[in-house]
Design a protein around this ligand. Sequence first.
Ligand SMILES: *Cc1c(COP(=O)(O)O)cnc(C)c1O
Length: 459
Amino acid sequence: MDFQQDQERLESILAATRAAALQFLQHLPERPAGQLPPKLAPDTLPEQGSGAEQALATFRSKYESWLSGSPGPRYLGFVTGGSTPAALAGDWLVSSYDQNLSSDGDSIATTVERQTLALLRSLFGLDDDFEGAFVSGATQANLTALATARQWALQRLGHDASEEGLWNVPRIPVLAGTPHASILKSLSILGMGRQAVEYIPCFPGRQAVDTTALAQRLAANDGKPAIVVASAGEVNTGDFDDLEALGELCQTYGAWLHVDGAFGLFAACDPDHAHLLRGLNAADSITTDGHKWLNVPYDSGIAFTRHITLQEQVFKAAAAYLGAGPDLLHRTPENSRRFRALPAWMTLMAYGRTGYQELIARSCQLAQRLGQYIEQSAHFELLSPVYLNIVCFTLQDTDTAQRDAFLALLQRDGQVLLTPTLFAGKPAIRAAFVNWATTEQDVERVIDALERCVLTVKQ
Ligand SMILES: *Cc1c(COP(=O)(O)O)cnc(C)c1O
């Protein structure tokens, strides 16, 4: 089969694809939340291809049954959103339209990205002077923001990092209480080094930075530039740094404030949790994810900044054929850019402010329900208050081997997928509620599975 022959069969290829997608999605609730992948025979590159329909059939029979139910209602590992119907529809069309959002001028698509960023600013209550860009996820958004912060810091010391690099420049301290692993990864990529992070103590029993300790460290910095990384939604517990206090400190001491709100920025949608983000607008840069609580398919993250000129110094790709306009390619690590905004635009227009308010409030209520069960259970121990949508807990009197055996049993049981962590030196477990489709009945099924598996492990 060649391209042209397949093109003539496009209608039936897309019909088969639609049928495959529908079947997968309609059976999501029964699909095991996680799977242990088997070892399968390697593929060989065919001399003559079999055409799209046969390739799809081969994929489905060999691989599809081993995919996880991660877009489904009881995959509570990591911080894993599903996909709303509107986001899915948008994402399908992204591939069909296949636009390149690098530069303005040959398509309306870049306008849609800018409009979507404005919708998101409205959803989060961000000031209009936050400029943004879609990237592949919060890691890339953190990288983008920290590169801009680095440009700012070294400019204050008389260097242009984007032109001159990091040869013979002073270290810039990065101050944080509970930075996400992607912050460290970004610092490594940026040549600042993971060791640039200075961990500031947290308040006792909290995952939020002690503002007095941070003030002392900033005061000792003698007005030299520093970068403060705030967690708006710490990944193990959902705890928040006090953004209002951090903003004031950064103002006083002339530091850059970056807020990592990969999932926590969505607290803005829920009146009961919006106070957690008080002071957010004092940030210099903000990260959030589309593929978590917005429930759009992977890959989708957003980097916002008040300092777009600095960001464009870092990311500009100067070439005669690329043009030098205010094009989006000068804002992000990528030059060719996927039409990532469309799924986000679709879901925001389809469900609106109220839809997201309900989703965020429901996720938080479900987390509270699981937290109450854990707290009352004789088998488990709640390790942190449930601040938002994450439940951090462990088995009573446990060790790493037993915790791992429990999680493996739970995965084989198939009802729920949870992921391990370390909390205050203890082997712990996280459950994150992020999916629009998760219901109270799902939480009851999760609790049943926890009971079943803990009894087996504790025997
Ligand atoms: C998930 C997460 C990230 C990384 O996001 P990716 O989308 O996986 O790149 C960064 N920070 C926080 C707080 C997160 O929860």
